[in-house]
Design a protein around this ligand. Structure first.
Ligand SMILES: NC(=O)c1ccc[n+]([C@@H]2O[C@H](COP(=O)([O-])OP(=O)(O)OC[C@H]3O[C@@H](n4cnc5c(N)ncnc54)[C@H](OP(=O)(O)O)[C@@H]3O)[C@@H](O)[C@H]2O)c1
Length: 283
C-alpha cells in the first residue's frame, strides 16, 4: 500500500488547478518532486495576481482566468473553499467537456452537487486527503467516483494520488469519516507532547522533536510494510519489566486510547456538520 508505480502515463497530460492556495501548492510540490508531472504541464488560476503568487515560483503556468485554466486540460482540479465553489462552477461550466476529468477536493461538497452544476455526463471524482502531507508524498487519500467517471479515470486518480502517498477508493458516505481519521491534529499534538516529554527528561528541544517525528514515521512504516496489527507489534516490543510496558501502563491510566477514539468521533461530527452546512448554503 505504499506509493505505487505509475500505471497510467501522466507525462503528456495537462492539469488545471482552479484555486492556487495551500492545497494546490502542496499537491504541485508532491507531484513534481515525485516525477508524476512536470511544472510545464500544470496551470493554476486565482482571482487576483496575489492569489496566484504562491505557486508562481514553482514554475507552473498561472492565470487570473479560471476559464483559461480549465480549457482543454485533461484534468481539472477544483481547489477552492466550498462556499466559493458554486460561483467557480458557474464560471467554468461553458468550457468543461466530457473529454476532461474533474477532481474536487472541496471539503463536504457532494459529487451530485457538482454534477448538477456542470454539463451533462461530466466525469467527476471527489478526493479526501490531508492536503499538507501531499508535499512530502505521505498523504493518506481516498476518492469516490461520480456517475460518469470511467475505469480509466479511476486508474488515473490512483496513479496521481498514489504518487503522493497511499490512495484507496471508498464509498462517498464514508468520506467524512476518512476526513476525521486522517486530519493530522491528533498526530501533531502527540508529536509535540512526545518532544515535551523528552525535554522533561533532559533532551535538547530540537533533538527531542526530531526523534519524536522519526519515531512516528518509523512505526507508521512498520505497520504498513509488515501489515501487522499495532497491538501485535506492541506485544512484541513490550518486554517483561521493561520501558515500553511501564509507559503503556501510564498511558492506559491517563485514558490515552479513549482520548484518541473520542477525538476522531468528534472530528467526524464536525465533518458532518460542515458537509450539512455546505449543502444548506447550496455549495
Ligand atoms: N489545505 C488542506 O490541507 C486541505 C485538505 C483537504 C481539503 N482541502 C480543501 O481544498 C480546498 C482548498 O483549500 P486550501 O486550504 O488550499 O484553501 P486556500 O489556501 O484558502 O486556497 C483557496 C484559493 O482559492 C482562491 N480563490 C478564491 N476565489 C476564487 C475564484 N473565484 N476562483 C479561483 N480561485 C479562487 C483563493 O484566492 P484568495 O486567497 O485571493 O481569495 C485561494 O488562493 C478547500 O475546499 C479545502 O476544504 C484542503
Amino acid at each position: 500500500m505504499s506509493a505505487s508505480v505509475s500505471t497510467v502515463d501522466t507525462m503528456s497530460m495537462t492539469v488545471g488547478f482552479v484555486g492556487a492556495g495551500n492545497f494546490t501548492r502542496a499537491l504541485i510540490i508532491g507531484w513534481t518532486s515525485a516525477g508524476i508531472l512536470n511544472a510545464e504541464q500544470i496551470w493554476a488560476s486565482g482571482p487576483k495576481e496575489t492569489s496566484i503568487a504562491g505557486v508562481k515560483n514553482l514554475g507552473v503556468h498561472t492565470t487570473t482566468s479560471n476559464k483559461e485554466c480549465v480549457k482543454d486540460k485533461k484534468v481539472i482540479i477544483l481547489s477552492v473553499k466550498p462556499h466559493i465553489l458554486p460561483s467557480v462552477l458557474e464560471d467554468i461550466r461553458s468550457v468543461v467537456t466530457r473529454d476532461q476529468l474533474v477532481m474536487s477536493v472541496a471539503t463536504g461538497v457532494q459529487l451530485v452537487t457538482i454534477e448538477q452544476r456542470l454539463p451533462d455526463c461530466t466525469r467527476i471524482v471527489r478526493i479526501a486527503t490531508a492536503g499538507t502531507t501531499c508535499s512530502v508524498r505521505q498523504a493518506a487519500s481516498v476518492f469516490s467516483v461520480g456517475k460518469w467517471a470511467t475505469s480509466e479515470d479511476v486508474a488515473l486518480v490512483k496513479t496521481l494520488m498514489s504518487g503522493v502517498g497511499i490512495c484507496e477508493e471508498c464509498k462517498e458516505s464514508l468520506v467524512s469519516a476518512v476526513s476525521a481519521l486522517t486530519a493530522p491534529g491528533h498526530m501533531l499534538l502527540a508529536s509535540e507532547a512526545m518532544a515535551d516529554g523528552g525535554v522533561l527528561v533532559g533532551l535538547p528541544r530540537r533533538l527531542a522533536q526530531t526523534l519524536a517525528a522519526q519515531t512516528m514515521i518509523g512505526i507508521g512504516k512498520l505497520i504498513l510494510e509488515m501489515n501487522k496489527h499495532p497491538g501485535v507489534l506492541k506485544d512484541e516490543i513490550a518486554s517483561p519489566g521493561g520501558v515500553t510496558i511501564a509507559m503503556i501502563e501510564s498511558l492506559e491510566k491517563a485514558g490515552f486510547r479513549g482520548a484518541i477514539i473520542d477525538s476522531i468521533a468528534e472530528g467526524h461530527k464536525q465533518s458532518l456538520r460542515l458537509a450539512e452546512q455546505a449543502s444548506v448554503n447550496n455549495c
